[in-house]
Design a protein around this ligand. Structure first.
Ligand SMILES: [Zn+2]
Length: 65
């Protein structure tokens, strides 16, 4: 999201683990909202909020939640 707002390509790698069994999990998300599973499985459920920036009164989407 930050990359789309800035107009520059950004990506983030998230390393975590399953909360139930502890199996490692790694995924990559880029500024075009492409998601790739790097390690672990099955494919994790991910979501991103749909925010109407024209009506957003809070200083950031984090504050809106
Ligand atoms: Zn698990």
């Amino acid at each position: 999201m930050q990359g789309r707002l800035r107009g520059e390509p950004l990506s983030v790698k998230v390393e975590s683990s399953c909360a139930l069994c502890g199996v490692p999990l790694a995924l990559k998300l880029d500024s075009e909202l492409r998601i790739g599973l790097l390690e672990g499985g099955p494919e994790p459920l991910l979501f991103h909020p749909f925010v109407d920036f024209a009506t957003l009164g809070e200083p950031s989407i984090i504050d809106a939640f």
